[in-house]
Design a protein around this ligand. Structure first.
Ligand code: ADP
Ligand code: MG
Length: 319
C-alpha cells in the first residue's frame, strides 16, 4: 500500500511541480496518474522510490515512512519501467533481466526459473530470446523485456512511467493487453503514468487526473466517464461522454450458456447510461438485452467499458 499525505515538491529554481497531493494506492491496485505534459506525473512517481525527495508531506509504504526505509531496499522492492527502457546493450536479455535478482543474491537456479517464467508470461519464448542482445529485438519486445526486468526481483510495487508511449500503435495495444492480463495473475501494486486517456481507462482500477501539480479528480474509469469533475477533465475525456447515449445493443455480447438465473433485463433501445444503471442497481454481473421480447445478448460492466474504449473490441459487441 502506498500513501501520499499532503505531498508537495518545489524544485530549487522555484518550480512547484507537485502541490499538496494526497492519495492511497491499495495492494494489488493499478492506479493511473494522467495529465498533460509538465503536470507533475513523473515527479510524483520519482518521489515514491526517492529518486526525488519531497519538499513537504509524507509518503508511506505499508504504513512506514519511506524516509525511514533503507534506500537500496526501497529501490529493490520497487520495479521501475520507463518510457525508453535502457537495456544494457552488451548484455543478453537473460543477463539484463537478472540484474535485480543478482543484487538480491538469489540463487542462480531461482533466478533462471524466474526469467523463464516471466518471459513465457509475456509471450517471449525463452529458448529463442534468452541469449539475444537487445539490438536483436524489436522495440516492442525490448519494452517487454523492460517490464520483465522490473518484475524480475518480485517487487511488491511497480512504477510505470509512460511505458508504452514510444511504441507503434500495434505493439502498444498488445503490451496494454499483456499488462492487463499479467496484472490479473500477479496482482502487484502498480502506479502507471500516461497522458493517454484510452490507456488509462483500459488499465486503471482508479485514475487520478492531474493539472499543474494538483489532483483534480480521482475516480474509477466508469465514474470518471460518467461524472467528470470539471471542464478540464471533460476535455481530457474528449467526446467519449456522448457515447453513453448509444443504444445498449452496441455493447452486447453473445448469450452465455448456461444462462444464469434471475438476470435483470434491459430493452435493446435503452441508452448505455440507463442500461448500466439497471445493471448496477440489480447488483448482478450481467443483464439480458431484450429485442422484441427475446434475449438477444447480455451486457456486463466490462462489455460496456470495452465498447466505450476504442481499440478494445474483443469483449464488446462493436463490429
Ligand atoms: N529537476 C527539475 N528542476 C526544475 N524543474 C523541474 C525538474 N524536473 C521537473 N521540473 C518541472 O516540474 C514540472 C513537472 O514535471 P514532470 O513531473 O516531469 O511532469 P510530467 O511527468 O507530468 O510531464 C514541470 O514544470 C517541469 O518542467
Ligand atoms: Mg513525465
Amino acid at each position: 500500500m502506498i500513501e501520499f499525505d499532503k505531498v508537495s515538491k518545489q524544485f530549487p529554481d522555484g518550480t512547484k511541480a507537485v502541490d499538496n497531493i494526497s492519495f492511497r494506492v491499495e495492494p494489488g491496485e493499478l492506479f493511473v496518474l494522467i495529465g498533460p505534459s509538465g503536470c507533475g506525473k513523473t515527479t510524483t512517481m520519482k518521489m515514491i522510490n526517492r529518486l526525488i525527495d519531497t519538499t513537504s508531506g509524507k509518503i508511506s509504504i505499508n504504513d512506514e515512512n519511506i524516509l525511514h526505509k533503507d534506500l537500496h531496499k526501497l529501490r529493490w522492492e520497487i520495479g521501475y519501467v520507463l518510457q525508453q527502457i535502457a537495456l544494457f546493450p552488451h548484455m543478453t536479455i537473460a543477463e539484463n533481466i537478472a540484474i535485480v535478482p543478482e543484487l538480491k543474491k538469489w540463487e542462480k537456479k531461482r533466478t533462471e526459473k524466474r526469467i523463464d517464467e516471466l518471459m513465457e508470461m509475456t509471450g517471449l519464448d525463452p529458448d529463442t530470446y534468452r541469449n539475444r542482445l537487445p539490438k536483436e529485438l524489436s522495440g516492442g519486445q525490448q519494452q517487454r523485456v523492460g517490464v520483465i526486468r522490473a518484475l524480475a526481483g518480485d517487487p511488491d510495487i511497480l512504477l510505470m512511467d509512460e511505458p508504452f508511449s514510444a511504441l507503434d500503435p500495434i505493439s502498444r495495444e498488445q503490451l496494454q493487453k499483456d499488462i492487463a492480463s499479467l496484472q490479473r495473475d500477479i496482482k502487484k501494486t502498480i502506479v502507471f503514468v500516461t497522458h493517454d486517456m484510452d490507456e488509462a481507462l483500459q488499465l486503471g482500477d482508479r485514475i487520478a487526473v492531474m493539472q499543474e501539480g494538483k489532483i483534480v479528480q480521482m475516480d474509477t474509469p466508469d465514474n470518471l466517464l460518467e461524472h467528470p469533475a470539471d471542464d478540464f477533465v471533460k476535455s481530457f475525456i474528449g467526446e467519449r461522454k456522448d457515447m453513453w447515449e448509444t443504444r445498449v445493443e452496441a455493447a452486447m455480447m453473445p448469450v452465455p450458456e448456461p444462462l444464469p438465473p434471475d438476470l435483470p433485463s434491459v430493452n435493446a433501445e435503452l441508452s448505455l447510461r440507463e442500461a448500466v444503471r439497471v445493471l448496477q442497481e440489480s447488483e448482478k454481473e450481467q443483464a439480458a438485452v431484450l429485442k422484441e421480447n427475446k434475449i438477444a445478448g447480455v451486457i456486463t460492466n466490462k462489455s460496456v467499458l470495452a465498447y466505450l474504449m476504442p481499440g478494445q473490441k474483443k469483449e464488446g459487441g462493436r463490429k
